[in-house]
Design a protein around this ligand. Structure first.
Ligand SMILES: [Zn+2]
Length: 255
């Protein structure tokens, strides 16, 4: 390779990396519901559209919806109670709470824009207040805009990786930094959602200590060598319990 083209490659690579950083700074905004500044590159309407589009496929992956309408009605009632007594009601999001037929996988998750899911395997182990804890946590992911934030992060790292690959053969190094950043954010997301979940429980009149029980149930379900999915990307339950206790202290007067 000629000396000149080597310099041009470095220059283009740096320009792409600089572009990624400028984009990231321009996309910073304060979340009006959590007060946290985050990098987001989509509107709430786009989040809602992504969630609605992916919801049927997510349900399909867990054996479809649970057939008993009475159980589904209970999930709806608890979910709506949390929304109607909290700031979630003032957001543009469209909340839907789905009970999934899957009776083997202990799991709950939320898609951007308000589509929340819980498997029957988890649901069947919970009392109403504990169900409120799980759904409150999922609503926390929605209003915390965690999926949108992760999408923005990953497109940032894709651009940086592209710049580094053009500039030199460093794509893999930068790529792995990106992965770690995503995982670290994921853990922070869980703690923020636990805290919001506790607040929503208190505001809806549920005993927030039941959230601690939820963590114990998740931990027990994990067993010696089986980590529940709800937990696999999540921080250690012991660590979460400490933070949950702090949140209960912080919000206990807000019922
Ligand atoms: Zn979570």
């Amino acid at each position: 390779m000629r000396r000149g083209s080597w310099k041009i490659r470095i220059f283009i690579g740096l320009a792409i990396v600089a572009f990624a950083f400028i984009q990231k700074c321009n996309n910073k905004e304060e979340n009006p519901y959590t007060g946290r500044t985050q990098t987001i590159n989509m509107s709430p309407e786009q989040e809602i559209a992504i969630g609605l589009q992916s919801a049927p496929e997510m349900a399909q992956q867990h054996g479809g919806l649970y057939p008993d309408e009475r159980m589904q009605a209970l999930v709806d009632a608890v979910g709506n109670k949390l929304v109607n007594n909290s700031i979630a009601r003032e957001t543009p999001y469209k909340y839907d709470f789905h009970l999934l037929a899957d009776d083997r996988t202990i799991n709950a998750f939320a898609l951007p824009g308000g589509q929340c899911f819980i498997t029957y395997a988890l649901f069947s182990q919970l009392n109403e207040a504990q169900l409120a804890g799980v759904l409150g946590h999922e609503i926390g992911h929605v209003i915390g805009r965690h999926s949108a934030e992760r999408i923005a992060e990953s497109s940032f790292w894709q651009t940086v990786t592209m710049g580094a690959t053009v500039g030199a053969d460093m794509g893999n190094v930068v790529g792995s930094i990106g992965q770690n950043t995503l995982l670290k954010n994921g853990r922070g997301d869980e703690l923020e959602s636990d805290e919001l979940g506790v607040l929503f429980m208190i505001q809806a009149g549920y005993n927030p200590n039941e959230m601690i029980r939820v963590m114990e149930i998740l931990k027990a379900a994990g067993g010696p060598d089986r980590v529940p999915e709800f937990q696999s990307t999540h921080p250690d339950p012991e660590n979460r319990i400490e933070k949950i206790k702090e949140a209960i202290e912080k919000y206990k007067g807000q019922g």
